[in-house]
Design a protein around this ligand. Structure first.
Ligand code: PMP
Ligand code: GLN
Length: 462
């Protein structure tokens, strides 16, 4: 027989065992419920397939790297590191402290009236027709949103869009998210001489022709070009225009660098070519025009029937853009229109200001083992780094593409951050960009001089 004490101890142990068995069972159930729940959550709330794998954008990654590495000079993302024209920031300051309270409130959804009227004044003479400010222009949240509204507003499921590589990376994501299919064609260097300019990067006409078919809805052109700086010639634009007309295709012309064109090159708007106005949507950016990339105001202009689709996307997405910024951009245009025919006009002085910076950077790169392509427009230089390959050990960099490895290792060793151009190519063509790095030159002279010093020091150590 058990004593009372023994009985209590045995019952106690049994109870403990029972409790621990129960709690283990319960825990297991909770865990399996959680697993089921989280795998069904993961399934249900995964990224919609129209956004692909959700790969990190080069901008997200390299802006993070700039914060981490703190490079001595950041020639990566394209933005000036010096102040915009004084009248531009003064306009915004006056609006912020002025006595019109309505300039702090919503404005017209498709574009602040004073801005669209000024855009019409700027562009009408340039395209040789009177632009209707209220039906043929849309103000957007940066050129990004103009591209988004144009692509989402016109591309339908299964439509094909011709994209010229290297391309500003968001084009492809926007096309895919509209249900479209990108068809890529790469600009290729005619030779690999030591004196290449962006004019040497050309499209193969036969290859371009072969991409057009009955499914082709759109072609995206970018002139002046990011990252190569190519300014498409009239003859090159005519080839594109004739194919667009022959196959009844829309042309989105991304012209955000329209004022950064270096003598003797001239920027030609494809919308002005015969028969092209009716099928072209042109995109511009206040960020680029006035060196205020953080203001994020852009626009698109085209015939009213084409603009309607963009308005539909815009009105249900951002609906309207920042009023004080639009007002300041409008006043800035007025200021420049007043002095349009003088050399001081920023539309013309910016290229004069940038050309010596371009030449300085090109010289620095050449003298330090790179082979740069001299850009005819924009504010980037693409340079072949492979002559330096035996001076840099890339084995510690886990990236898939050589230009990612090079730009990261080079930023760590030399203190100069640049952008890997394979970000501007489709998967199948990434090898075409691996030998290059993109350098931005809209930077203070002292920072370009510092780049020169850093590159020399890096070379001397090798
Ligand atoms: N297109 C190109 C070719 C660009 O380089 C950029 C970068 N600014 C944009 C569009 C977007 O311009 P925004 O900053 O006005 O959105
Ligand atoms: N257009 C700029 C560039 O190419 C900025 C791009 C961005 O920040 N998304 O560097």
């Amino acid at each position: 027989m058990f004593s009372w004490g023994q009985f209590r101890r045995v019952v106690g142990t049994v109870t403990e065992v029972r409790t621990s068995v129960i709690s283990q069972l319960q825990l297991r159930k909770i865990a399996s419920d959680q697993l089921r729940y989280s795998s069904s959550m993961a399934d249900k709330f995964k990224l919609p397939s129209r956004y692909g794998t959700g790969e990190k954008s080069v901008w997200v990654e390299y802006i993070q790297l700039a914060a981490e590495y703190k490079p001595a000079v950041n020639l990566g993302q394209g933005f000036p590191d010096y102040p915009p024209p004084g009248h531009v920031t003064k306009a915004l300051a006056e609006i912020a402290t002025g006595d019109n309270p309505l300039l702090n409130q919503y404005t017209r959804g498709f574009g602040h009236p004073r801005l669209v009227q000024n855009l019409s004044k700027v562009y009408s003479p340039l395209i040789g027709r009177e632009l209707d400010p209220f039906n043929e222009i849309l103000v957007t949240s940066g050129a990004y949103e103009a591209l988004f509204s144009a692509i989402l507003g016109h591309v339908d499921t299964g439509d094909e869009v011709i994209v010229i590589e290297p391309f500003f990376d968001c084009y492809d994501y926007m096309i895919t998210s509209a249900g479209g299919v990108s068809k890529f064609i790469a600009l290729k260097p005619k030779s690999n001489s030591d004196n290449m300019t962006s004019a040497d990067w050309v499209l193969d006409e036969e290859e371009l022709t072969s991409l057009f078919n009955e499914k082709t809805k759109m072609l995206i052109l970018n002139t002046p070009h990011n990252p190569l700086g190519k300014v498409f010639t009239r003859a090159e634009l005519e080839v594109i225009a004739n194919l667009c007309k022959k196959h009844n295709v829309l042309c989105i012309s991304d012209e955000v660098y329209e004022w950064m064109v270096y003598e003797p090159q001239k920027h030609i708007r494809i919308a002005t070519l015969p028969g092209m106005w009716n099928r072209t949507i042109t995109v511009g950016s206040a960020g680029k025009t006035f060196s205020v990339t953080g203001w994020k105001i852009g626009w698109a202009y085209a015939p009213a029937n084409l603009m309607r689709n963009l308005q539909v996307v815009h009105q249900n997405c951002v609906y309207t853009c920042s009023t004080p910024i639009q007002e300041a951009v409008a006043r800035s245009f007025e200021y420049e229109l007043e002095r349009y025919n003088t050399p001081e006009c920023y539309f013309f002085s910016i290229a004069r200001e940038l050309m010596p910076k371009r030449d300085y950077l090109v010289k620095t790169l050449r003298e330090n083992g790179f082979n740069p392509t001299i850009p005819e427009g924009g504010y980037f230089v693409v340079a072949d780094w492979t002559n330096l390959a035996d001076k840099i050990d890339l084995s510690s960099e886990p990236d898939k593409y050589k230009d990612y490895k090079f730009t990261k290792k080079f930023a760590k060793e030399a203190g100069v951050l640049t952008i890997p151009p394979t970000a501007f190519y489709s998967e199948a063509h990434k090898h075409l960009g691996e030998n290059y790095a993109r350098f931005c030159f809209i930077k203070k002279d002292e920072n370009l001089q510092l780049t020169d010093k850093l590159l020399r020091e890096w070379n001397a150590k090798k």
